[in-house]
Design a protein. Sequence first.
Length: 335
Amino acid sequence: MAMPVHPGGCAEIIAMSDNAAFGADVLLLGLTGGIGAGKSTVAEKLVELGATVIDADRLSREVVAAGTPGLRAVHAEFGEGVLRGDGLLDRRRLGELVFADHNARDRLNAIVHPLVRTRTAETVAAAPAGSVVVHDVPLLIENDMAAGYHLVIAVLADEHHRLDRLASRGLSAEQARARMDSQVSDERRLEVADIVIDNNGSPQRTLQQVEQLWLRRILPFRDNIVAHRPAELPSELQPYDPQWPQRYERAVTRLTTALSSRLISLEHVGATAVSGSRSHDVVDIRVWVTQGADVASRLERHGWFPIGVDWRVPRFASADSRDYAVLFVHSGANG
């Protein structure tokens, strides 16, 4: 059985995911994928199905548009060379600088990311109850933002497909590879993502995956969030699933964000923590927290709702129809 995890070093995750979506009866999804993987195709289909999509790339352009404080800050940091003759940002020149120099990219991100986060939070806060809001963020994983969403969707495609798509945008093979190499690997995306869209096949096949995802998982999850209820727990045993440990790790990240200073430690318990065992498809997690009346509300804001009534061991289940579902929350020694 896994040893308890003592959270630490999560300040950046908490800072980047502390937004107004949680607690507003809105289902917030993160959409990511490497450059050229086909996120736009998926995002457009989600809009067609009824989602609101916030495009981080579009916002990053808006916050450095003509006359903005963002453009003035970029100009001050990088000099006249990143401006065109008309005073607007020379995106191609700036792109060449930051994709070739990690330090330059970090300096640019330090200017742009806070502005984009503010605009994103404002948009999410304005969404009506029952909305499905999709945040299209190419660097979601690089910036440790996964905990800020109820679910993370990753769009994946093989390298040759991505190179072909980037060539159609006017990038040379060298430029395309440099930009791809500046991002995390697909292996890392698989570790973080709750859902994967395979964009190696035909456009029709990709769109079918999105439709099935919308009907079978997104809408039920959204409806449960609005109703403030957990999903029904599975009743049948199944063979050991090697994805259970990864689901637990994703839960650790989200619970660390949700509970923040109330959290003492977590432990993966039950049959899903034992390799090779049969179990219900429920990743049981024992959570030690400090005393505080706001623990339940923190969990509910992030999509976990109480099941049953047992004041000795309060239990919460996810509103998601197919994810880690049960939490056992104990008052810790610091209570």
